[in-house]
Write a protein that binds this ligand. Structure first.
Ligand SMILES: *Cc1c(COP(=O)(O)O)cnc(C)c1O
Length: 339
């Protein structure tokens, strides 16, 4: 009864899968705006564009991958229900899509997930299970639900349908930016970078794909250095959406990120905080820490100055008001000091 694509073992993901995803999810996602940032363009001496995934219904891009995966499930599987574990945005995406399709969804979370995210999940009608203090512990609980109750686990990143769904962002970038030479992608499990990398490089191998992570617990970054998936302790970070392991038995994203990522940049907590406040100050735009890592790479002069247009994926805006309050306060004090 398994669809050929779901058979254990690896399926190659191609640009065709991304085109199929585009068609499959079109009624459930927004084709998001792409705007040029005057301030960032001036700083870099190149045109810098922001791909605003924060305008998706759940405030982050993850609805693309979740919709592509869930819409590809059989009627029986949908009837049994779905489950997921997530630092928040993937959980929101799964809950949202499940609600739209009338499917029951259970979300397993670690106790590190911010309160605002837990509340929004509840509002979307998901059943919440708080389990352990790492994403890996929440994940184990999720697979137990799969074994014992027949729910289908919707993987946050290491799944061909999820990767293809996130890749639709790459198709939109190609369509809108014929002179695209750099894409800057916040990186955690690597579903976003894998999909976008596959899409843009299938058009032009020369488009540089840069991954950005926070300095603390940069699991994919350290795994690539080690040549295999590594485990790291999770620590407090403003980029909480980038927390989580990549899975010791990673089947897709480790290999694809290894092949398609040209550069990786680590961003400090100070740089993330500054970039969040900077975007509120200069763009009147709220973004979460994970999304601000891309802006920080531009502001920190990390992206080499060459020709062509740069796209920064603004991956989401789900951040507690208390955090926004704090980063603005620090920013205002720093600006006063420097005057
Ligand atoms: C999930 C997420 C990321 C990272 O995506 P991966 O596919 O796990 O690499 C980046 N930004 C935000 C806001 C996210 O929710």
């Amino acid at each position: 009864m398994v669809h050929s694509k779901c058979v254990k073992g690896r399926k190659d993901i191609s640009i065709r899968d991304i085109w199929e995803a585009k068609k499959r999810i079109s009624s459930m996602i927004y084709k998001t705006p792409l705007i040029q940032s005057a301030v960032l363009s001036e700083k870099m001496g190149r045109r810098v564009f922001l791909k605003l995934e924060n305008v998706q219904e759940i405030g982050a891009f993850k609805v693309r991958g979740a919709a592509n995966k869930i819409l590809s499930l059989s009627t029986e599987a949908r009837g049994r229900g779905i489950a997921t574990y997530s630092t928040g945005n993937h959980g929101l995406a799964v809950a949202y899509v499940a609600k739209m399709l009338g499917i029951e969804a259970v979300v397993c979370l670690s106790n590190r997930v911010p309160r605002a995210k837990v509340d929004s999940l509840k509002r979307l009608g998901a059943k919440i299970e708080i389990y352990g203090d790492s994403q890996d512990a929440a994940g184990e609980r999720c697979y137990e639900l799969e074994r014992k109750e027949g729910l289908t686990v919707i993987q946050p990143f290491d799944d061909p349908y999820v990767i293809a769904g996130q890749g639709t962002i790459g198709l939109e970038l190609l369509e809108e930016l014929p002179n695209l030479t750099d894409v800057i992608v916040p990186l955690s499990g690597g579903g976003l970078l894998s999909g976008v990398g596959l899409a843009v490089k299938s058009n032009d191998r020369g488009i540089r794909v840069s991954g950005v992570c926070m300095e603390k617990s940069a699991v994919m970054y350290e795994s690539l250095k080690a040549g295999k998936p590594v485990l790291l302790e999770e620590s407090e970070t403003l980029a909480d959406s980038l927390l989580g392991g990549i899975g010791q038995d990673n089947s897709y994203t480790f290999r694809i990120v290894q092949e398609y990522m040209d550069n990786a940049y680590l961003i400090s907590e100070e740089e993330i905080a500054y970039s969040m406040a900077f975007m509120i100050d200069k763009h009147r735009m709220i973004m979460e820490g994970a999304a601000a890592t891309g802006v920080a790479a531009v502001l920190g002069g990390k992206i080499p100055r060459q020709e062509g247009d740069v796209a920064v994926i603004i991956s989401g805006h789900n951040v507690d008001l208390s955090v926004i309050h704090r980063v603005i306060q620090e920013y205002v004090i720093c600006n006063e000091d420097s005057e």
